[in-house]
Ligand binder design. Structure first.
Ligand code: AP5
Length: 196
């Protein structure tokens, strides 16, 4: 199974992505983590993207699409599916990721959308700010990330609805309840997928 995760900041892409990857034996491609790891390791890429991450803005497409291509290629080489967390954020990224998938014969068969409202998401991320100290977890930057998601990323869901691969789960509930629904919905979807 090949899963894209599309959800606002704080909805649980990282949390549920780990659960899904573990449950179905999929590779996890987590763009935000890869970028933050480069910052922590002070690589050339990390130095380039650090200010953008701290502002909660998008890093250039060429960087995230190359990370996406590498992740999909590694999953293909390992003979596994994947959970891709972080791409797409824009319609241009959705089309580019689709083209990468076509070239590798690794296009997504599920776009998993986790739905939650902004008040809940702000609460979760401010809560995390107290323990994890992510550079983008402060109120003005969280509000900017949420605004960008609502204005630019959320409309991209229509692309996946038209391709009939969109799966929406209510993520505004306790973590375990969300995981149970996500797994059940993906199992049902997997049962309907032709083997390949
Ligand atoms: P990224 O790391 O993807 O950040 P994000 O989208 O803002 O999402 P978060 O990681 O904050 O939240 P999440 O949905 O993963 O939720 P989580 O499971 O962590 O991206 C960071 C940055 O990288 C971007 O701002 C951008 O600069 C750059 N970037 C990434 N992709 C890019 C792209 N394609 N193009 C350009 N730039 C890109 O959970 C959040 C918190 O809530 C945790 O504390 C968790 O324990 C808690 N929680 C989760 N579920 C629940 C629940 N059900 N109930 C209560 N608490 C919960």
């Amino acid at each position: 199974m090949r899963v894209l995760m599309i959800a606002p900041p704080g909805a649980g892409k990282g949390t549920q992505g780990a659960v899904v990857a573990e449950h179905f034996g999929l590779d996890r491609i987590t763009i935000g983590d890869l970028l933050r790891r480069n910052v922590a390791e002070d690589t050339e890429l990390g130095r380039r993207v650090q200010p953008t991450l701290a502002r909660g803005e998008l890093v250039p497409d060429d960087i995230v699409l190359e990370l996406t291509r590498q992740g999909l290629a590694a999953a293909k080489a390992a003979g596994r599916g994947y959970v891709l967390d972080g791409v797409p954020r824009t319609m241009a990224q959705a089309l580019a990721a689709y083209r990468i998938g076509l070239r590798l014969r690794m296009t997504a068969d599920v776009a998993l959308h986790l739905a939650a409202d902004d008040d809940e998401l702000l609460r979760r991320l401010l809560n995390r700010a107290g323990t994890e100290h992510r550079a983008d977890d402060n109120e003005p930057v969280i509000r900017q990330r949420l605004r960008f998601y609502r204005e630019v990323t959320e409309p991209v869901l229509q692309f996946y609805a038209r391709r009939r691969i969109l799966l929406t789960v209510d993520a505004q509930r306790p973590l375990e309840a969300v995981s149970a629904d996500v797994i059940a919905a993906l199992r049902e979807r997997a049962a309907g997928l032709a083997p390949r």
